[in-house]
Ligand binder design. Structure first.
Ligand code: PRP
Ligand code: URA
Length: 209
């Protein structure tokens, strides 16, 4: 059964207070989303499988461990892009795939508009990233898409989640671990997370006044 991990860390709380603030401008918002991605990387990768290797040091041989599988980071466009640099700073060998989804504002259903994965990723660990888990429709759709491509090892990392979204992923994909910087109260009547941070994509890319 997939687990749900919500960060409890002073640095994370501090950074969340910045991105939730409506006064935070695009530049700072983008920087802090990036920092949160980096901060999450350590915990999100904690259970990655390793294999034993022997390394020749300048003195002798040492028994070491290396990551056993490739890691692929897959952001859900657009907002997921904001977390990629933070994660690749810590996992520089990771490849990056992209899933473009836009949530229909009326139906709240995700509409797919772009998919591009690196070659031969079925045996990799995929870290799916999207800062916002609202109804869970987008993340659930993206996980299904990954599974349809034969990918079995999937982790989801987001920043702000709603209980409705967590419930949806646990139901649709009970095998997927969920990592969130914060678990908020609920969704409002138009599907936004409360208290949340507003529209993450728009704040990240400065697309709305
Ligand atoms: C936002 C967000 C998630 C989705 C969450 O993206 O980044 O992908 O909504 O909502 P859900 O859990 O109800 O599916 P949006 O579709 O607004 O696109 P954007 O990232 O391009 O702004
Ligand atoms: N997408 C966002 O960017 N924010 C929300 O609160 C919900 C969906």
């Amino acid at each position: 059964m997939g687990k749900v991990f919500v960060f409890e860390h002073p640095l994370m709380h501090h950074k969340l207070s910045i991105i939730r603030d409506e006064q935070t401008n695009t530049k700072l918002f983008r920087e802090v989303i990036d920092e949160i991605g980096m901060l999450m990387a350590y915990e999100v990768t904690k259970n990655l499988p390793t294999e034993n290797v022997i390394v020749k040091t300048p003195i002798t041989e040492a028994k070491c461990k290396k990551l056993k599988k490739d890691v692929v980071i897959v952001p859900i466009l657009r907002a997921g892009i904001g977390m990629v640099d933070g994660l690749t700073a810590v996992i520089p060998q990771a490849k990056v795939g992209h899933i473009g989804l836009a949530r229909d504002e009326k139906t709240l259903q995700p509409q797919e508009y772009y998919v591009k994965f690196p070659d031969s990723i079925t045996e990799s660990t995929v870290i799916l990233v999207d800062p916002m888990l609202a109804t869970g429709g987008s993340v659930s759709y993206a996980i299904k898409l990954l599974k349809n491509r034969g990918i079995k090892d999937i982790i989801y990392a987001g920043i702000v989640g709603a209980p409705e979204g967590v419930k949806r992923i646990k139901k649709d994909h009970p095998d997927v671990d969920i990592y969130l910087a914060a678990l908020d109260d609920k969704l409002n009547e138009v599907g936004y997370i409360v208290p949340g941070l507003g529209d993450c994509g728009d704040r990240l890319f400065g697309t709305k006044k």
